[in-house]
Design a protein around this ligand. Structure first.
Ligand code: SF4
Length: 122
């Protein structure tokens, strides 16, 4: 499918890693000194990582990509604990991604994940 997704310009990327914590979805990793989009289904294309790149190496493009998969993302998010879960839900609402938000909350309910402040991860 063609959709909005990020693209990393390898020639500009210094490998500083500043984008990584801003992608709790788990779409980015530093490999061989460069940031790489390691999984299309975990990139929502909303660009939370963009503003954290000092080199301007990340852009949003429209291209053929696998569909975004909220359930795969939630499996990554839940491992990072309640603060990350709440930040992810806010991120979805801030971008009017209501369908993804509903999938995320359904996942949390199914897995009986407590994401109240002060709860341990998982
Ligand atoms: S923040 Fe920018 S320069 Fe740094 S690793 Fe990520 S893409 Fe590369």
């Amino acid at each position: 499918m063609e959709r909005i997704i990020i693209e990393i310009d390898e020639s500009k990327c210094s490998g500083c890693g500043k984008c990584i914590p801003n992608c709790p979805e788990g779409a980015l990793q530093i490999i061989d000194g460069k940031a790489r989009l390691v999984s299309d289904p975990t990139c929502d294309g909303l660009g939370a990582c963009l503003g954290h790149c000092p080199e301007g190496a990340i852009a949003i493009v429209k291209r053929q990509a696998q569909a975004y998969d909220e359930r795969t993302v939630m499996a990554n998010i839940v491992k990072q604990g309640p603060n990350t879960i709440r930040a992810h839900l806010k991120h979805l609402l801030d971008h009017d991604q209501i369908a993804y938000y509903e999938q995320a909350t359904q996942y949390l309910a199914e897995k009986k994940v407590n994401f109240s402040p002060g709860q341990p991860a998982g």
